[in-house]
Ligand binder design. Sequence first.
Ligand code: COA
Length: 281
Amino acid sequence: MVNIRLMTEADVALGMRLKQQAGWNQLEADWRRMLALQPDGCFVAEVDGVGVGTTVACVFDDVAWIAMVLVDAEVRSQGIGKALMTHALEFLDRQGVRAIRLDATPLGQPLYEKLGFQVEYTLVRYAGVLPVLADQASGTVVRTAPRETWDALVALDTAINRTNRGKFLLTLFAENPTAVRYVPQGDGVAGYLAVRPGCNALQLGPCMASGIAGLLLLADAWCRYSGQRVFLDVPKQHGAAPRLAEQLGLQAQRPLVRMCRGPLVHEDALRFWASSGPELG
Ligand SMILES: CC(C)(COP(=O)(O)OP(=O)(O)OC[C@H]1O[C@@H](n2cnc3c(N)ncnc32)[C@H](O)[C@@H]1OP(=O)(O)O)[C@@H](O)C(=O)NCCC(=O)NCCS
């Protein structure tokens, strides 16, 4: 008998075990951030009082994200994933959200399709070690974003994503302030890139930028993290972003299918260079 209950800090160990089993990149800090962002939207599935599954939801105004849908390999195909998702969807429906989005793995996609999600587009996870640069001098156009600029970065992100992810982004920036880079443009911002650690690789992204600023930000990340292993999740349809990843010698590792339940949320595809990872778009 499956029981779904709220996740607590004490469940971080379960989350880490399940994501390790799936080979995912998250650290404890990622679970704690999810819990802090939406404490009433993070759930654990139990069988006979033992935690066997997780899912987390996060509400941004009228758009929500679902992530970390994980079921212990020993108890899959018994309806636990569906029970977790149904619980999370009921929670989100009660919040009155218009659209629910997620980035699906090939294992998750059939389950989400049965629950009314439709495919939007594919992102490609690139992975690899950035080529080593002889001269690590970073371009002067790209700078570390001082705190005073963070609201402008959130505003740019909102304009591109058509969703205000401020509560997530401000937490992410505060965790690693020196890893938030931006390209100023007059009094405004042409683009930004944030980076965070993972257990398998550094996650480069989100990267939201117009035209050349996206290239500059990713080149700057290459200078700063040269020789290090990275993940970069880019929309396949973008063109320039996958091309750059390939020119840097990164390998396409796996697809992620962005899906939506409810009216589609159309991002500004040209300025969407890289997602923050599969958790929150
Ligand atoms: C995806 C995952 C959470 C599914 O959990 P689960 O407990 O095995 O799923 P369920 O038993 O509840 O299956 C629910 C429905 O989806 C279907 N389904 C589940 N996985 C499927 C698959 N790989 N292919 C086809 N159908 C599948 C089931 O047949 C079931 O359909 P039904 O209700 O009509 O019988 C689990 O496989 C998992 O943890 N995978 C690794 C992590 C991962 O990739 N998570 C998804 C992140 S987006």
